[in-house]
Structure formats: structure tokens, C-alpha cells
Design a protein around this ligand. Structure first.
Ligand code: MGD
Ligand code: MGD
Ligand code: SF4
Ligand code: MO
Length: 694
């Protein structure tokens, strides 16, 4: 029997809409859901390799309870009842002795996030955190400081842009399918692409203009661009006069930051900087300076991200076709969003979060997400209180936070570590209990509320029955809640029941998703009126160059630029990034993807390598103040001499993931756990390393 199921990919968090062909209970083919505009049948390599995850026998096949030392990889197989009772009893003890707040749950933001938030709220813990701050916390804070919206509440109309500037946003390797397709369409229509990165990436090779910037100096470049745009009055004056607060302050501030000054800091010629400012302003407002995610990650990150969004504001490209738009929810057209479990009434929580987000100590990061990299410090110092248990749900703190050794040492202090996982990740391997989740092809998930130019809802639908003894995360959490006496917050017994509960009052039913894989609240794109109708959510209702969010918390809107230090002799700034074939730390053991790329290498500039006697493809020892490790060298002219580059996600330690075990070197092992103390992003690129022949 042949069947086609519309669903959502989850080989990464982008959640591309997919069509899955199932024959006799087996997934035969996965392609993009071409009902979705801009998607076509395309998938990225990871999405196309979904079956390789589904049919992998090296993923976790049943609940496991640790029997040996943590990390020793000695497990006993357990039934679900046994494993859930074990977790429930341990958690009950911990909650009785230390309070609900001693339990943290960390996850990659996903469709079940409202379920896990509910799990914690029900036990009185404020300590839910997502990956968000690790990915782009300061982008989030920067956008709120300017517009009153998070970056996630904003989108880019790639297909209509006329000029896009990417600061290390390696869009053709760090992929979201619709974005790539949109940008390709724009390029075919004559759009220009400016790419800035200390490393020549695939995106660099597609760009009209590529600058090998000195690492960490994008902020200086932006101040010079702003300087030229203001001096030459290249900005959208009608838009800026109507919507911007603090133009004069910005003008005074950037006065000293000339292109000549920036040339010394960035290595980019002054006349080139002027040329970009003039060229891009000709295409305003349909232009994009991409706010980026990873790119430059330093302790001053919030100001760098603000400077990018200030450039967009000067171009009038915020809420403009071919620029940024604010995502419109169903309320915009009189519709109702899907319900979330978090809308219920919960007992009040009096204690601060473990990361102190939202208190005067750390006022500005987004409390909806928290700041994960504080966790090791909070556990070690028992500050603000002892943390005793962690549930890692689709998140690996050992590989996705800086300084693995320090994180592991902190985790050692916990009485309970539980992983809800698909794979033998490093954190699963280090857990006390692994509760295996069914893969995305074997489960239905909660509704995806997809706000955008047209508000829609999507559904991830089970395509095939689970191959192993696995369950859905939303069911697993409910079943732990049953053991803690908090099950009343989980009004469902199956995923279909949860989805139907979510859809109550929306006017849509689960069956409505069958035709196209999604439902839409309206037909036409919604842009707000640029003259009068943009609903900025800042206190002033304007774009706040002079930011009340920052200044009310005691931080300046325009702190003087501090020069980015060059590494000392024979040291390098360690930078990281992704490749098209893998997702973060998730897919290195997926057979098809592992076959194409099984380990990383350290990119090092040819001249620098020569001085150190390092040959291409030879093994080198890379050392930071945190740790050292061995990896092959990739000697190349394609990287700035001040930096070395290590692809994120390799160097796994879990032995049952046999293909990825011990292959390559983990960036997280070397990176220092330092961060932007205002915005919340980790300063992954503020670690210096030495490199020597091994
Ligand atoms: N050192 C360092 N740290 C980083 C980064 C970096 O470049 N360097 N990048 C940062 C960025 S941008 C991000 S977004 C974060 C991402 O951080 P993470 O969320 O930790 O990374 P992922 O690889 O996306 O997924 C984490 C885990 O989810 C598991 N998983 C995959 N699918 C499923 C599923 O369906 N169910 C369940 N339960 N588990 C599943 C995977 O096996 C993996 O172990 O990392 C950040 N941290
Ligand atoms: N294939 C694939 N696609 C993905 C993901 C994935 O894991 N795999 N993850 C998704 C996620 S969660 C994210 S956050 C995005 C990340 O997507 P991107 O933001 O594009 O991030 P990276 O791939 O980390 O690339 C960062 C780039 O920044 C460069 N860089 C380093 N230092 C500097 C600097 O000082 N200035 C500038 N301008 N550039 C610098 C690095 O050389 C690197 O090329 O990708 C998404 N798409
Ligand atoms: S970008 Fe690739 S891996 Fe991510 S959801 Fe889309 S197809 Fe899947
Ligand atoms: Mo990310």
C-alpha cells in the first residue's frame, strides 16, 4: 500500500514542510511539500537523509538506566514503566528536599516547547531554558532594544531583495531551504550579494563582493558605513524622520568612525566601504543587512547586532518588500492561534531563574529562553540555589556549550541527569537515564504556529509506526508528570488528542491539514502601512536607536568602540561554523551524511602554517586555556591569518554512535565559557588557541 503524508522535516530545526512517501509501512522517499510557496520539492542534504536516521540501528532503541559510572556507557535496558518510575521517584525526592526550582530542563526550541515549559511550571520551577541564547541571544536582545520585537518575530523577504549583505551568514551552507531558494531567485533577478567573513565559504564564492574581514571587527565596519550613510544623507529620510528615535545621538556618535579609521581596524579599504554605502542605498528600501546568527560572536555582540539593524532602519528596510517584515499572527486577520498548554493557571513561582535573567543581575536576555551557558556556574556555585536535576530534551550541553570539561564537572554535581533523545549523543551517554524519543518520521508533534506575511499552521504527522521501543516527547513528559501528581496540566492521552485540544476554537480541524499539509488564515500577504501603520512595540512606538530598554537597565545605547585585539604571536582566534552536510551535533552519526563528511579539520592560513612547520593534512595539536586536542590541518589561503576555523559538531564521545565516535575535534572542548553580559550570546569567538605539529 502506498501513501503520501505531509509533515515537517526535523533533521534540523528549520522544519521545512515535507511530503513523505510510505509503502507498506516503510518510508521510501521524502521531498519538499510543493504546496508551500517558495519550497518546491527541494530539501537540503540532511533532510534528504531522513530515512538514514529512521533506519539506523545505532540510535537509542529502548529506555536505558545507567549501571556503571557516569559516561562509562554501561546500561541496563528498562521497560518504560520502570524507567519512568525511576525518573519520577528521583525527581520526587529532589523536589521534596530542594524544591521544584532545583530541577532544570533545557531544550532546543521546538514544537513541544510549551509542553516542557508546562512540565516545569507544574512543579514550581522557573528553570526552563532553550538553546536560543547560545545561538543568537544578543540578536534577540538587540532587536527588542530597537523594535520591541525579537528577531524570531521578524522575517526577511528574500525573493524580492535587491541587495543583501551577509556578515558570516553562510546562507548557502548553513541552510534553510526556503531562504536559499528565495535568495537564489533574487540573485537570478539581478540582486547583489555582499558577503563578509574571515573565511571563504561557499556563500563567498557566490557573492558579487566578498571581504575577508579581520575577525571580530564587523562592528567597526558598520560604524563606518553608518558614518558615510549619515554624512552623505543616503538614508530613507521620510522613513527615518517618521520612525526613528535618536538619529542625532547616532550622528554625533559615529562622527569619529570614518572609513579610513575602519580600514585600519577591519582591513577593508576605505573607498570600498564608501562604495558599498552608496551602492546599497540606491536599492533602498528593498535591501537587507542580515542580522545573522553566528558570524562574529564576541562579548560586545549586542552592539554589533544593533549596528546591523540600525543600518536596515536607515535604509527604511524594516517592514518593506524585499527587506525585513514583522511576522503577522492570526490576530491580524481576526483568527485565533493554536492553544498552548502554558496558557493554563499554574502555582506562582517566587524564586529567580538559575541564570538570574530578568533580575537586576542579568536584566536583558529573553526570559522566555534564558541563558544556558550560566548553568555550569550556577551548579558549581549553588548560586542562586542548588540545582539537583537536569532534563536534556533535544539539547546537548556537553557539545553545544563552551568548555566541555567545565560543563561535565558541573554536571557531576547533579543527582539526576535525564536525556530525552533520539541518538546516542554525548549528553545521553553521560545521563543516568535515556528516554528515547521516536524520530520525527515516527511521531506527531504539537501544532506549529507559523506566523509570517501570511499566518499559517503546520503539522508534523507520524508517517510510520516507531521501529523501536520509543515514544513522543510530549507523551514522555506527561507520563513523568503522572508520577509527580501534576498530570492535570496535560489534558491528553495521545498526540492526536493534544493536537485536537490545541485546535479548539481556531476553526480548523486536524483533517484540514490533510489536503496540503498546512492551513492558512488568509490569502494575501500583510504588510503594515509604512507611513502610519508600523506597530513597533518599544515604549516610544518608534525604532529606538537611543534605547530605553538598554538605558533603563543602566547600559549605554552607544558605547565607544573598543578595538578588537589581534592574537598574540603564534596564537589564533578560534572561529566556528557549520557545513551543508550536518546539523550542529546531531547528524554526524547518520550513515549517509557520515559517509560524505565524517570528521572536521582545522583551517589554517598558508603563511601561518608555514611558519609553524604545519603541512596540509598533517595532524596538529590545538590548545586553548581550557583543553587541547588533535585534528588534521587544512592549510589554505582561504582564511584570514589571525583566525583558525574548526567546524562545529565533531569529536563525539559516545561509543555506541560508532561512525562518529572519536572522529574529529569538538570546538566546545576548546572554547572558553565567556559571553555577552548584556545581550546573552556566548562569545564563542573570543578564545585564542595555539597550534603545533602533533
Ligand atoms: N561550541 C559551540 N556550541 C554551539 C554552537 C557552536 O557553533 N559551537 N552553535 C550554537 C547554535 S547556533 C545552536 S542553534 C545550538 C544547537 O544546540 P543543540 O540543540 O544542542 O544541537 P542540535 O544538534 O541541534 O541537537 C541536540 C540534540 O538533539 C538530538 N535530537 C535530534 N533530533 C531529535 C528528536 O527528534 N528528538 C529528540 N528528543 N532529540 C533529537 C540530537 O541527537 C542532539 O543530540 O548550539 C549552539 N552551541
Ligand atoms: N547545514 C546546516 N544548516 C544550518 C544549521 C546546521 O547546523 N547545519 N544550523 C542552523 C542554525 S541553528 C543556525 S544558527 C544557522 C547558522 O548559520 P550562520 O549564521 O550562517 O552560521 P555558521 O555556519 O556558524 O557560520 C558562521 C560564519 O561566520 C564566520 N565568521 C567567524 N568570525 C567572523 C567575524 O568576525 N565576522 C564575520 N563576518 N564572520 C565571521 C565563520 O567563518 C563562518 O563562516 O544555520 C542554520 N542552518
Ligand atoms: S533545512 Fe534541511 S534539515 Fe533543515 S528542516 Fe529543511 S530540509 Fe530539513
Ligand atoms: Mo543556531
Amino acid at each position: 500500500m502506498k501513501e503520501e503524508v505531509f509533515s515537517l522535516c526535523f533533521m534540523c530545526s528549520v522544519r521545512c514542510p515535507i511530503k513523505v512517501t510510505v509503502e507498506n509501512g516503510q518510508v521510501k522517499w521524502i521531498e519538499g511539500n510543493s504546496n508551500v510557496s517558495g519550497m518546491g520539492k527541494s530539501l537540503c542534504p540532511r533532510g534528504a537523509a531522513g530515512t538514514s536516521l529512521l533506519y539506523d540501528s545505532q540510535r537509542v532503541q529502548s529506555p536505558l538506566i545507567r549501571v556503571g559510572e557516569r559516561g562509562s556507557g554501561t546500561w541496563r535496558k528498562a521497560s518504560w514503566d520502570e524507567a519512568l518510575d525511576y525518573v519520577g521517584n528521583k525527581l520526587k525526592d529532589i523536589i521534596d528536599n530542594y524544591g521544584g526550582h532545583s530541577v532544570v530542563l533545557g531544550e532546543r526550541t521546538q514544537l513541544a516547547t510549551h509542553v516542557s515549559k508546562t512540565f516545569l511550571k507544574a512543579i514550581g520551577s522557573p528553570n526552563h531554558f532553550t538553546h536560543d541564547a547560545l545561538c543568537k541571544g544578543s540578536v534577540n536582545t538587540a532587536c527588542r532594544s530597537l523594535f520591541g520585537y525579537t528577531d524570531a518575530q521578524m522575517g526577511i523577504q528574500y525573493g524580492k531583495t535587491k541587495h543583501i549583505v551577509l556578515y558570516g551568514r553562510n546562507i548557502f551552507e548553513s541552510i534553510a531551504v526556503k531562504e536559499v531558494k528565495g535568495l537564489m531567485k533574487a540573485l537570478e533577478n539581478g540582486a547583489k550579494l555582499t558577503y563578509i567573513d574571515p573565511r571563504v565559504t561557499i556563500t563567498a564564492t557566490k557573492a558579487h563582493r566578498y571581504w575577508m574581514i579581520r575577525p571580530g571587527t564587523d562592528l567597526a565596519l558598520n560604524y563606518a558605513l553608518i558614518h558615510v550613510i549619515l554624512k552623505e544623507r543616503l538614508y530613507d529620510s521620510a522613513y527615518v524622520n517618521r520612525w526613528v528615535l535618536g538619529l542625532q545621538e547616532l550622528n554625533d556618535f559615529v562622527e569619529p568612525y570614518t572609513p579610513q579609521w575602519a580600514e585600519k581596524e577591519t582591513g577593508i579599504a576605505a573607498d570600498q566601504i564608501v562604495a558599498l554605502a552608496r551602492e546599497i542605498s540606491e536599492d533602498k528600501p528593498s535591501v537587507v543587512f542580515h542580522f545573522g546568527y553566528r558570524g562574529a560572536n564576541h562579548v560586545n555582540e549586542i552592539y554589533m547586532r544593533r549596528s546591523i539593524m540600525i543600518l536596515n532602519s536607515l535604509m527604511g528596510s524594516v517592514e518593506a518588500p524585499g527587506g525585513f517584515f514583522f511576522k503577522k499572527g492570526p490576530g491580524e486577520v481576526g483568527g485565533k492561534p493554536a492553544r498552548k498548554l502554558t496558557e493554563q493557571d499554574f502555582p506562582a513561582i517566587e524564586v529567580p531563574r538559575f541564570d538570574k535573567v530578568g533580575t537586576p543581575d542579568f536584566p536583558l536576555p529573553d526570559p522566555n529562553h534564558g541563558v544556558p551557558q550560566i548553568l555550569p556556574y550556577a551548579i558549581m556555585n549553588e548560586d542562586p540555589y542548588p540545582i539537583k536535576a537536569m532534563i536534556a530534551y533535544r539539547f546537548d550541553p556537553l557539545m553545544s556549550m563552551a568548555d566541555t570539561n567545565a560543563t561535565r564537572k558541573a554536571l557531576d554535581k547533579l543527582d539526576l541527569i535525564v536525556s530525552i533523545e533520539v541518538n546516542y549523543s554525548d549528553i545521553a551517554w553521560y545521563s543516568d537515564v535515556i528516554l528515547p524519543e521516536s524520530t520525527y518520521l515516527e511521531r506527531t508533534d504539537p501544532i506549529q504556529q507559523a506566523n509570517g506575511l501570511k499566518p499559517q499552521m503546520f503539522l508534523r504527522r507520524k508517517a510510520v509506526e516507531p521501529r523501536y521501543d520509543t515514544r513522543e516527547g510530549s507523551i514522555i513528559l506527561k507520563q513523568i508528570a503522572e508520577r509527580l501528581g501534576t498530570e492535570k496540566y496535560f489534558p491528553y492521552n495521545s498526540m492526536d488528542e493534544l493536537v485536537r485540544w490545541q485546535l479548539e476554537g481556531t476553526g480548523f480541524t486536524m483533517e484540514d491539514f490533510e489536503e496540503k499539509g498546512f492551513v492558512a488564515y488568509c490569502k494575501d500577504q500583510i504588510f503594515w502601512d509604512r507611513q502610519e501603520g508600523i506597530k513597533f512595540k518599544t515604549p516610544s512606538g518608534k525604532i529606538e536607536f537611543k534605547s530605553s530598554l538598554l538605558e533603563d537597565a543602566g547600559f549605554p545605547s552607544f558605547p565607544p568602540y573598543e578595538s578588537m585585539p589581534s592574537p598574540e604571536d603564534s596564537k589564533f582566534r578560534l572561529v566556528t561554523g557549520r557545513c551543508a552536510l550536518h546539523t550542529h551535533v546531531s547528524t554526524q552519526n547518520v550513515a549517509l551524511l557520515n559517509e560524505l563528511k565524517s570528521e572536521n579539520a582545522l583551517w589554517i592560513n598558508t603563511g601561518a602554517a608555514k611558519k609553524l612547520g604545519i603541512e596540509n593534512n598533517s595532524t596538529v595539536k590545538v590548545s586553548s586555556e581550557c583543553a587541547s586536542g588533535l585534528v588534521k590541518a587544512f592549510v589554505t589561503d582561504l582564511i584570514h591569518p589571525e583566525s583558525v576555523f574548526l567546524m562545529h559538531g565533531f569529536g563525539h564521545k559516545a561509543q555506541r554512535a560508532q561512525r562518529s565516535y572519536g572522529r574529529g575535534l569538538s570546538d566546545a572542548l576548546l572554547q572558553k565559557n565567556v559571553y555577552d553580559k548584556i545581550g546573552g550570546s556566548p562569545a564563542f569567538h573570543d578564545t585564542f588557541v595555539t597550534v603545533e605539529p602533533a
